[in-house]
Design a protein around this ligand. Structure first.
Ligand code: KIV
Length: 268
């Protein structure tokens, strides 16, 4: 799949068929999106986690549709290979299917992104259908859905009990049946994620959902070690950029203080 010129929703379905794991990361700005795209990420998610990692809010709830559109525009400008998916933020789709459709149309028209993602199962399925009818691809999101954090009350693993696991199985089948092209499974037992992945047609993208999903997603700031105060078990740090940046900035400050910067060959 590394030779694919442009990743599409069909590419992802093909990857599931050939058991090629899908690599997804979040992106919110032009410069990082360009690096991630060139490094070979299949899907870039303009996640509403921008509310946390870009804006410093405690939850994903405050970010607005206008703000998501701004981040998506920056990402789309940078990307030439990856599929760009944009989160519909809290309050932009739960009201009714027409509200959901209008939000999805704004995202597609104003950003040039390729698909939208929204959280929930049965409760949002009519909204999902309305968006799909307009020709807009939809990615689902089940398990720990951060927009419902005040209902859950905690960020603990979801669907550990049989009742919630069964609801998740049904919701995944529902989203699959109406035609979602993929679904994020967040923070659920690995065994359940594996069972769901095997039972549905669309690819599952796991975060804290174990190794049996059809793909994996992480928040880029977590994977690259830019966030220092968020260390759940499911995050693997592929770099420690917070440390690298701190050292670089210390060196810069030191060089300025001691007039080591700029040098003769850095001046006109
Ligand atoms: O907003 C986000 O970053 C997400 C991922 C955690 C899947 O939804």
């Amino acid at each position: 799949m590394d030779d694919v010129k442009r990743v599409t929703t069909q590419t992802l379905q093909q990857m599931k068929k050939t058991a090629t794991p899908i690599a997804m990361l979040t992106a919110y700005d032009y410069t990082s999106a360009r690096i991630l795209d060139e490094a070979g990420v299949d899907v870039l998610l303009v996640g509403d986690s921008a509310s946390n990692v870009m804006a410093g809010h405690e939850t994903t709830l405050p970010i607005t549709l206008d703000q998501m559109i701004y981040h998506a525009q920056c990402v789309v400008r940078a990307v030439s290979r990856a599929l760009v998916v944009v989160d519909l933020p809290f309050g932009s789709y739960q009201g009714n299917p027409l509200e959901a459709l209008n939000s999805a149309i704004r995202v597609m028209k104003e950003t040039g992104a390729h698909a939208v993602k929204l959280e929930g199962g049965e409760a949002v399925v009519s909204a999902v259908e309305r968006i799909l009818e307009a020709g807009i691809p939809v990615m689902g999101h089940l398990g720990l859905t951060p927009q419902s954090i005040y209902r859950f009350g905690t960020y603990k693993v979801r669907a550990r009990d049989e009742e919630e696991a069964d609801r998740l199985r049904k919701d995944a089948k529902l989203l699959d049946d109406v035609g979602c092209f993929a679904v994020v499974l967040e923070k659920i037992p690995a065994e359940l994620a594996g069972e769901v992945s095997r039972s549905i047609r669309m690819p599952t993208i796991g975060i804290g959902a174990g190794m049996h999903c059809d793909g994996q997603v992480l928040v880029t700031h977590d994977a690259l070690g830019l966030t220092t105060d968020f260390n759940p078990r499911f995050v693997r740090h592929y770099a420690n950029l917070a440390e690298t940046i701190t050292e670089a900035v210390h060196d810069y400050v030191q060089d300025v203080r001691t007039r080591q910067f700029p040098a003769e060959n850095e001046s006109y």
